[in-house]
Design a protein around this ligand. Structure first.
Ligand code: CA
Length: 247
C-alpha cells in the first residue's frame, strides 16, 4: 500500500481523488493549505518516509504549489511530487519542473490518466530503490563520471571537488539512469518522454531540456560546455561516458 498526500483546496476534487486512490488500494490524506502541507512534509517528515507521492495543486491558500515544492527541495526532502495545474501554459509547466516537481498534469484531467501517472511515479521510486523488479531491469547501482559517483539506489550524486552530495529527484535519477544505460546512443526527446515519463502527447518536449540542464549542473564540471550529457542538434541527447582509462 502506498501513501499519498493530496494538497488541494477544492473540496470536491480532493474528496474525489481520495476516494479513487483508496479504491486503488492506496492510503490517502488531504491537506488544503500550501503552508500547512509544507510544514507537514518538512517538519513532521524530514526524511520523506511518511508519504510515497504528493499530489500538489498549484493555486492554493497559504503558499502556492510552486513555492511548496521549491521549499520542499530546498529542505532536501525528495518525495515524488506531481503538480496539478489549472494553468497549463508551457511557462508554468517549466516553472514547476525548475522548482523541483517530478511530473505535472493539467486540470481538468481524466481520473484514469491521473491514477496511471501516480502509479508511474510509485513504480519508478520502487525501481530506483530496488524494491521490486516490476518488469523493469535496474542494472545500475552506481556509475562514476567526471570525478563524481552517481548512486542510483540512494538517488544522489556524490563528490565533485568536495561539493556537497546532490540529491536527485525520482525523475532526475530515472532520466539520468536511462541515458547512462543507453551510453553512446542518440535518444530523441520524444523517446525520453515516453520511456522516462511514460507520457505520449501531453508533455512539452522542453521538459526534457529543463531536466538535462539540471543534470548538467550536477555532473558536468563545466555545465555550459558539457562533455557527457551531449545535445544532438535537432534530435535529442546522447550520453558519453568517461574516456578510456579515466574514471
Ligand atoms: Ca486550487
Amino acid at each position: 500500500m502506498s501513501r499519498v498526500l493530496i494538497v488541494e483546496d477544492e473540496e470536491h476534487l480532493a474528496a474525489g481523488l481520495k476516494l479513487n486512490l483508496e479504491a486503488e488500494g492506496h492510503a490517502a490524506e488531504v491537506e488544503e493549505n500550501g503552508a500547512v502541507a509544507l510544514e507537514r512534509l518538512v517538519r513532521a517528515d524530514p526524511d520523506g518516509s511518511r508519504f510515497d507521492v504528493v499530489l500538489l495543486d498549484v493555486m492554493l491558500p497559504g503558499l502556492d504549489g510552486f513555492e511548496v515544492v521549491r521549499r520542499l527541495r530546498a529542505a532536501r526532502q525528495f518525495v515524488p511530487v506531481m503538480l496539478l495545474t489549472a494553468r497549463s501554459s508551457t511557462d508554468d509547466v517549466l516553472h514547476g519542473f525548475e522548482a523541483g516537481a517530478d511530473d505535472y498534469l493539467p486540470k481538468p484531467f481524466d481520473l484514469p490518466i491521473l491514477l496511471a501517472r501516480v502509479e508511474g511515479l510509485l513504480r519508478r521510486r520502487r525501481w530506483l530503490r530496488g524494491d521490486e523488479a516490476d518488469g523493469l531491469e535496474q542494472e545500475l547501482d552506481e556509475y562514476r563520471v567526471a570525478g563524481r559517483c552517481i548512486d542510483f539506489r540512494h538517488q544522489v550524486v556524490r563528490g565533485g571537488d568536495g561539493a556537497a552530495d546532490q540529491p536527485l529527484t525520482v525523475m532526475e535519477a530515472t532520466l539520468l539512469g536511462y541515458l547512462v544505460r543507453h551510453e553512446g546512443e542518440t535518444v530523441s526527446r520524444k523517446t525520453l518522454l515516453e520511456e522516462v515519463w511514460g507520457v505520449r502527447q501531453d508533455t512539452d518536449t522542453r521538459t526534457v531540456d529543463n531536466f538535462v540542464a539540471r543534470l548538467r549542473r550536477y555532473i558536468e564540471p563545466e555545465p555550459a560546455r558539457p562533455r557527457h550529457l551531449l545535445t544532438v542538434r535537432g534530435v535529442g541527447y546522447r550520453f558519453a561516458g568517461p574516456p578510456e582509462g579515466d574514471s
